[in-house]
Structure formats: structure tokens, C-alpha cells
Design a protein around this ligand. Structure first.
Ligand code: MTE
Ligand code: MO
Length: 387
């Protein structure tokens, strides 16, 4: 019987041949610098992403904070900005290391095989996360699965693969960062010029991506944000709209003069919009911060949710259901924890930036609370009910 030995079944040719990749750009130091930046971007994106997920689906053990009021605005802006910055970094990283795909022999040992599987998971997970995140912020839902569930769980798989990969690669990373020499492997050609070129190009790509998008959440930079899906000042009453009343199918119900707010606690009552306007009004400055990364501060005027619930005899420890006029979908009902509704800044808002809410912003009444993801700031509210 013949022994199976490499080179089998394919010969060592093409990219597999010895010395196929001589460019100094593929050496360890270049890879290490880009990897450090990419690791940092992934770390920030992961942590802020987990925070965002927890705020959207708060487990009972989570201490819900409402101060600073812009906490979610900042973490979600950072999540999307670092995710976007990771796109050119990942591309540069893959480019510096792809020759290793053709290392010879393709399989040296079981450990080497496992390392390759790990890298495959890491690359696939990273590409999946950045691609789905990107498509989500431009609201192009091309996938058949739930974005939130998939994006969240693949993040854990990817970060697990990344941490394991870092542990395996620690010696090479340390070597790459320590080495300050400018010679290519094998001696000879100075690599500094081309290395500087790829590092500059990568840095420039990150700078351009960031500068042209970060204005969606850093309002003062909005004029630069030519590539951002949203201009944070562009919309009725200078606030963008994610879903209009027509898209949500509530146009008629929202404009219906027979609309009443129902509040159910130990006892129940109903109020017209005029009755709400006759109650003590409060004005707060709070951001709408969408999970998609755009955010903007606005002036909201309305009735404190805690005043409405006190009138229904609600106890301070209870959560409340916020029911929208929307008949179907994820926004129909949402739970509001006591930390939010007892907060003096949490309003059933009637006015936005000095004028009555436009129908697309949630007329006749909508929730605005400090430190909450935009998805939970329910528009077109019809019922507040102790859960
Ligand atoms: N009922 C309902 N409430 C909703 C939404 C919705 O589609 N339906 N969109 C949410 C999302 S994702 C965001 S970011 C904010 C946006 O509020 P705005 O359209 O007034 O800017 O409203 C939230 N409240
Ligand atoms: Mo949103």
C-alpha cells in the first residue's frame, strides 16, 4: 500500500509555491499594528453592542440607569462608528494575512487544523457582523432571519473565536509589535516605505469612513456626514423619522378625534388630548437615539408619566405596559420598567421642538424617556397599563 504524503492530491503550485508572497506588507509587524486597531474596534463594538442588547431586552438583574440622559446616545453612536471603522481595518487585516491561507503544507497537525477552523469561524463571523450591521443601518433587510437575534449571537461566537485566536497568536503579536526593524523577511529590501503606505492607506480609509458618517450622531459634524444614512436634523420638526405613521398603518387612528389615552392601574381613567394639555406640562431636553446609530437632541413637552400613573393609583415598584395604536409588530406593546416611568424626565410627550407632535413623530402622544434606546420610545400611545 502506498503511503499518502503531501504533495497530494494537489501539487505545490500557484499561490502554494515557495516564496509566492514576498511583499513586506504581509509581515508580522504590519499585521500586528492593523490587528491591534481592529481588535480595539471589535472590542468597543462588542461591549457597546451587548449594552445595547441588554437595554432593549433588560434582564431583571440589570441596574437600569437613566443618567447621564445621553448614555445610550453615546454608546450606540460608538457602536456604529467603531463597527464602521472596523470595515476598512478588517479588509486591510485580511489582506496582510491572506497568504497564510496558502501555507505549506496546508495541514501540519491537528492543532494547526483547529487553528485554521478557528480562523475560518472568526473571519466568517466578522464579515457577517459587519455586513448585517451595515445593511441594518441603511434599513435594507435582505435576510430571512431576525437581525437582532442573529447579530447578537454571532457576536458572541465571533468574540469567542477572537479571544481564542489572540491567545494562540500572543507570541506572534508580541514579536510583531516589538520588532521595529524595517527589513523584509529574508533580509534585503527595506519594507518601511510600503509598510508606511499600507498603514497610511488604512488609517486614511478609517478617517474617511468615520468623518463621513459620525455626523449622524455627533450633530455638530452632520454637514460632513455625506455617507451617513441619516442627517440628524433632516425630518419634520428637525428630527428624523424611522417609520412614518403611514408605514405603521396608524394614520387614520392617530388623526381620529375620538382618540383617548387610557390609563389602567388600581383604577382606570381616560383622557382626551385636550385634557392632557390641561395637566401640568413639563419640558425636557432628551435625545432620540436609534439603534441604527443616528441620534439627535430635542425639546419635548408633555405630561410626566409618573403623574399619569399616580392618578391611577399605580405602585412605584410595578412595570407598565405601553400600548401603541399600531395593531401588529414589535412596537405594538412594550414594557417600561419602574426606573424609567418614575423618572421626572420621562414624559408622555405632546409637543416636539416647540410645536405639536407631527403624526410621524407619534401624534397624539408618545413616550420619551432618558437613556433609552429609540426603539423603546413608543409613538402613537393609546394605553398605559400597570403590568
Ligand atoms: N409605535 C412605534 N413607535 C416607535 C417606532 C415605530 O415604528 N412604531 N419606531 C421607534 C424607533 S426605531 C425610533 S428610533 C423612534 C424614532 O422616533 P421618531 O420617528 O420620532 O424620530 O421611535 C420609536 N418608536
Ligand atoms: Mo430606531
Amino acid at each position: 500500500m502506498r503511503k499518502l504524503r503531501w504533495p497530494l492530491p494537489w501539487p505545490r503550485a500557484g499561490p502554494f509555491r515557495e516564496g509566492a508572497f514576498r511583499s513586506p506588507l504581509h509581515e508580522e509587524r504590519t499585521a500586528s499594528l492593523i490587528s491591534t486597531a481592529l481588535g480595539l474596534a471589535f472590542g468597543i463594538t462588542f461591549l457597546t453592542g451587548v449594552f445595547s442588547h441588554l437595554l432593549q431586552h433588560p434582564p431583571s438583574w440589570l441596574p437600569l440607569v437613566t443618567r447621564p440622559v445621553w448614555i445610550y446616545r453615546v454608546t450606540e453612536g460608538a457602536h456604529v462608528a467603531s463597527g464602521l471603522a472596523a470595515v476598512p481595518l478588517l479588509a486591510a487585516k485580511l489582506w496582510t494575512v491572506y497568504p497564510q491561507l496558502f501555507s505549506w503544507p496546508p495541514l501540519r497537525s491537528i492543532a494547526h487544523g483547529l487553528e485554521r477552523v478557528l480562523i475560518a469561524v472568526l473571519v466568517a463571523g466578522s464579515v457577517f457582523e459587519l455586513a448585517t450591521g451595515l445593511l441594518n443601518i441603511i434599513q435594507w433587510y435582505v435576510w430571512p432571519f431576525s437581525f437582532v437575534t442573529a447579530h447578537y449571537w454571532v457576536a458572541w461566537i465571533t468574540i469567542g473565536a477572537l479571544v481564542t485566536h489572540l491567545a494562540v497568536k500572543a507570541p506572534a503579536i508580541a514579536r510583531g509589535l516589538r520588532r521595529s526593524g524595517s527589513t523584509a523577511p529574508g533580509g534585503g529590501t527595506p519594507a518601511s516605505v510600503s509598510r508606511r503606505a499600507i498603514l497610511t492607506a488604512t488609517g486614511a480609509a478609517v478617517a474617511v469612513v468615520t468623518a463621513t458618517t459620525v455626523g449622524q450622531s455627533v450633530t455638530s459634524l452632520r454637514r460632513l456626514a455625506v455617507l451617513a444614512p441619516r442627517d440628524p436634523r433632516n425630518g419634520p420638526q428637525h428630527v428624523p423619522i424611522n417609520r412614518t405613521a403611514a408605514q405603521a398603518g396608524v394614520r387614520k387612528a392617530a388623526d381620529d378625534p375620538t382618540w383617548r389615552l387610557t390609563v389602567r392601574g388600581s383604577w382606570s381613567y381616560r383622557l382626551t388630548r385636550a385634557a392632557l394639555e390641561a395637566m401640568p406640562q413639563h419640558r425636557v431636553r432628551l435625545p432620540i437615539a436609534c439603534v441604527d446609530g443616528w441620534s439627535v437632541d430635542a425639546d419635548w413637552t408633555g405630561v410626566r408619566v409618573r403623574d399619569l400613573l399616580a392618578r391611577a393609583g399605580a405602585s412605584g415598584g410595578a412595570a407598565i405596559w405601553v400600548v401603541s395604536l399600531e395593531q401588529t409588530g414589535a412596537y405594538k406593546v412594550s414594557l417600561m420598567e419602574p426606573q424609567y416611568w418614575r423618572d421626572p424626565l420621562t414624559l408622555l410627550a405632546l409637543r416636539l421642538n416647540g410645536a405639536p407632535l407631527s403624526v410621524d413623530h407619534g401624534y397624539p402622544a408618545r413616550i420619551i424617556a432618558p437613556g433609552r434606546p429609540g426603539v423603546r420610545q413608543t409613538k402613537w400611545v393609546s394605553v398605559l397599563e400597570v403590568a
